[in-house]
Design a binder for this molecule. Structure first.
Ligand code: C2E
Ligand code: CA
Ligand code: CA
Length: 840
């Protein structure tokens, strides 16, 4: 008996089968209303009805089914008890006996749907009633005798078997379609098996016509024929299995593409194991994302990671396994009673590779049988090596187009994808490329080690990835350089995306107890109509990124203006190198005064560069250049040399001053810095406490062992340490307490607005309090007028410097200023703009 789909809802197929069931039951009902509904043709001994019932049960139990062209053909010897029933039972009795036994056998398997049970019941009843109708029709025509009875039962058994097969095909076709194809393929087989069964049956009952007990002799030939058939069927099946396996290996042997392979495999598996659905799961392997394909009603479907996760619980199974797929998607090994879904693992030399899963046995008895599972395992073993090859191939392709570290695209793939995108017509939105570059990433690598550097890059890439859509093209170009290609409806959205990426980089990355903050610079360039490949677009994004970096602007969009500046930058770098070589940089000095006594206590050394053609170049323009190119160490060394030599002279002239020299982060990473400072001090004969080193907050953002070591060494040397630009960086109180600094310099941006912005006043006041609590000297820079000076003095600030007191001056001018000042600092301060007015 072929199975019928188990749709529970009232779909069209379901309604068709319900109608068919009603029709069959209606025909069967006629058996009860005919004349002699309860009368048998021949008198029956008492045991005969019992024997018939037992026979029906046995033939159902030992039905044998095999596959033939995807269809399950099942043999039963039900013709034997049917023929006996035709002779020894009345039609009504026979219908009841056959139906009850049949239904009981169907119900043996749990979970048989109601529709299927009722259809099968109606079919059993119909077959029996119809057989009786044919039989009595024949006898009515040719008259009743032993030979005619034999002919009549043979004919009716055959016709009924064939009609029953037709009904089953109709029902299956209601769900699966293909009625004609199915009929054409199977009816000849049904006719052949039906006739054979009927002939065997007639041979069995014939002796009973002599004496009813002789029917027992017929058991022997039935069992014999049955055994031969089954043996033959099994052999033929095995033969066919081998053939199909061979065909399977051939079919999958052609493709290295993992999608093609999945496609072909699943179609073959569904065919060979007769499953409604087949699923192939490939676990994640380095470089190859895990994948799930399912083939079944509705076609082939590729799944996402969620689909993969549900199968992961089966990752460790070693052999074929029954599984249960719960409604909520959970999957787990099932009890052996549930045989509707079977899974076999796929492995290769490196361990589990994936799973092959079939569910929903089509045709034949419900659930998969051990034979099916054997076949599935055979398929799996055929598939394994090919699948391993496809995975290796996928991994190779992945490696060729992806960055090892982050798993994002690499440069070659990015160029190709973006070029493709540029030549396909836009959907009307704005297309843009972004270059994203981490600031000072080299320092992270140098000081914390590559291992930490890698973690930072990975985390940064992952954060960016979370802000993107699947259509965006994101790549790492190597080092700390990333590129992004996006299409959005509005340029503002792109800008906002840039800002969000920037924001991500400002958020500390926690690694091994360290909080690493690595800022980034982003350049954005919009694609133009004439951009034919990625190169031109990327070049503009690159220029915008350089500008962003140079100006500490974070995120910068490309414009013609900034393009013109870039070649300039390279020339400037060349000029700077020369200027350093030829000692053309000079140092100016800005005095620091005590806000209470107005006495000059020190000077800050500020580097100056007079360019041959450009005139004065502001330090903001060339210090970043020097930092990026590594020239900064040489620069610092020259400034230190000049500043200490000058200080020596001032000391000789009787001015007891300190000199402050600015250090850049790279200086703090320089292992030789401390030695060089010590040497300069020694050469000039100055005491260490005459020297103050200014370090910016932001240079301490990565709290690295090397920077810390340098700072400790400087402290031990005895030089003063000043925390510059305080308030603009990321200082946390905890490290302020740990750093051996002696001075805080409030950034001039707060000081300039002190009298205008109450917020700034709060910041300045609390910085002063904080500094004093930590026993630090507090310096305000950028004092431009008297009222600010006055306010700072009232707020308790210790020292001050600014244009209002004096601009940075060349050494000789400062010497003269100092001389004038010696006698009249307080007068000078009082003469500052603003003070005059207030005190007048
Ligand atoms: P900085 O360390 O914060 O230096 C103070 C800056 O404020 C100097 O600018 C100074 O001229 C300016 N300044 C002083 N008083 C006032 C004022 O009243 N109002 C305003 N608006 N500005 C005032 P400068 O010399 O242009 O230097 C800029 C930056 O370049 C410095 O900021 C420092 O970060 C860097 N720099 C200068 N010389 C060196 C150096 O020798 N080595 C290193 N590594 N960096 C240096
Ligand atoms: Ca400074
Ligand atoms: Ca400063």
């Amino acid at each position: 008996m072929a199975s019928v789909g188990d749709g529970a809802q009232l779909t069209r197929p379901t309604l068709t089968v319900v109608a068919l069931t009603a029709l069959l039951a209606g025909v069967a009902g006629t058996a009860f209303v005919r004349d002699g509904a309860w009368d048998a043709v021949m008198p029956s001994p008492w045991w005969m009805p019992v024997a018939i019932v037992v026979c029906f049960a046995l033939t159902e139990r030992f039905s044998f089914s095999f596959e033939y062209r995807r269809e399950a053909i099942s043999f039963t010897m039900s013709e034997v008890p049917m023929v006996l029933a035709l002779v020894y039972l009345g039609p009504a009795t026979a219908v009841i006996a056959r139906t009850v036994v049949g239904v009981a056998m169907v119900l043996r398997s749990r979970r048989t749907p109601l529709l299927k049970v009722s259809f099968n019941a109606a079919l059993f009843a119909f077959e029996t009633a119809f057989a009786f109708a044919v039989c009595s029709w024949v006898i009515d025509r040719v008259g009743m005798s032993d030979p005619t009875l034999l002919v009549a039962v043979a004919a009716s058994a055959t016709i009924t078997t064939v009609l029953g097969a037709v009904a089953v095909h109709l029902a299956i076709a209601a769900f699966e379609g293909g009625l004609l194809r199915r009929m054409a393929a199977e009816l000849p087989i049904s006719i052949a098996t039906g006739t054979l069964g009927a002939l065997v049956a007639v041979g069995c009952v014939a002796p009973a016509f002599i004496r009813a007990e002789f029917v027992l002799f017929s058991a022997l030939p039935v069992v014999a024929v049955w055994t031969v058939l089954v043996r033959h069927g099994r052999l033929a099946q095995r033969h066919r299995d081998l053939e199909s396996m061979h065909g399977f290996a051939g079919a999958i042997g052609r493709s290295l593409d993992i999608d093609d392979l999945a496609d072909v495999t699943l179609a073959q598996v569904r065919f060979l194991v007769r499953s409604e659905r087949a699923t192939l799961i490939v676990y994640e392997r380095s470089g190859v994302a895990g994948l799930v394909w399912t083939d079944g009603p509705g076609g082939l479907r590729a799944g996402g990671t969620d689909d993969l996760e549900r199968w992961t619980p089966l990752r460790s199974i070693a052999g074929a396994q029954w599984v249960t797929v719960h409604d909520d998607g959970r999957v787990e090994p099932a009890a052996h009673a549930e045989t509707d879904t079977a899974a076999v693992p796929l492995c290769d030399a490196n361990g589990p590779l994936g799973l092959l899963v079939v569910s929903g046995r089509l045709g034949g008895p419900p659930g998969f049988e051990p034979d099916d599972v054997d076949r599935l395992s055979m398929i799996a073993s055929q598939l394994e090596s090919q699948l391993a090859n496809a995975v290796a191939h996928a991994r190779m392709e992945f490696a060729a187009s992806h960055d090892d570290l982050t798993g994002e695209w690499n440069r070659a793939a990015f160029d190709r994808l973006v070029t493709d995108a540029l030549v396909t017509p836009s959907s009307g939105g704005v297309r843009a490329a972004m270059m994203i570059d981490l600031d000072k990433f080299k320092e992270v690598n140098d000081t914390l080690g590559h291992h930490i550097g890698d973690v930072v890059l990975k985390e940064f890439a992952a954060r960016i990835r979370r802000l993107l859509t699947p259509e965006d093209v994101f790549a790492r170009f190597g080092g700390d350089e990333f590129a992004l290609y996006v299409e959005r409806t509005d340029p503002l959205e792109i800008r906002r995306l840039g800002e969000r990426i920037l924001g991500e980089s400002y958020t500390a990355i926690g690694i091994e107890g360290l909080d690493v903050v690595v800022t980034s610079s982003i350049g954005i360039a919009a694609a133009r109509g004439d951009d034919r490949d990625a190169a031109a677009l990327l070049r503009r994004a690159d220029i915008a990124m350089y500008t962003a970096k140079q100006q500490h602007a974070g995120c910068e969009s490309y414009s013609e203006g900034i393009d013109r500046r870039t070649p300039e930058r390279l020339t400037l770098l060349g000029d700077l190198r020369q200027a350093l070589d030829r000692g053309l940089l000079v140092v100016h000095y800005q005095p620091k005064v005590d806000l209470v006594s107005s006495a000059v206590v020190g000077v800050e050394a500020l580097v100056r560069w007079q360019h041959e053609t450009r005139g004065w170049v502001p330090p903001e323009d060339f210090i970043p250049l020097a930092e990026e190119s590594g020239l900064i160490r040489m620069l610092t060394d020259q400034v230190l040399g000049s500043a200490l030599a000058e200080l020596r002279r001032w000391h000789d002239d009787g001015f007891d001053l300190t000199v402050a020299v600015n250090l850049s982060t790279l200086d703090l990473l320089d292992e030789l810095l401390v030695d060089r400072i010590a040497r300069h001090l020694e050469m000039t004969g100055l005491r260490p406490e005459n020297l103050v080193l200014e370090i910016t907050e932001s240079s301490l953002m990565v709290e690295t062992p090397r920077v810390m070591a340098t700072i400790q060494q400087l402290d031990r040397l005895g030089v003063g340490l000043s925390l510059d630009d305080f308030g603009t960086g990321f200082s946390s109180l905890s490290y302020l307490r740990r750093l051996p600094v002696t001075e805080l310099k409030i950034d001039r941006s707060f000081v300039g607005n002190l009298l205008l912005d109450p917020q700034d006043e709060v910041i300045v006041k609390s910085t002063i309090d904080l500094g004093h609590n930590l026993n630090l000297r507090v310096v305000a820079e950028g004092i431009e007028n008297g009222p600010i000076f006055e306010r700072l003095r009232l707020l308790g600030c210790d020292l001050g410097q600014g244009y209002g007191i004096s601009r940075p001056l060349p050494a000789d001018l400062l010497s003269r200023w100092l001389v004038g000042c010696e006698f009249a600092t307080s007068e000078r301060v009082r003469a500052m703009p603003g003070i005059v007015e207030t005190s007048a």
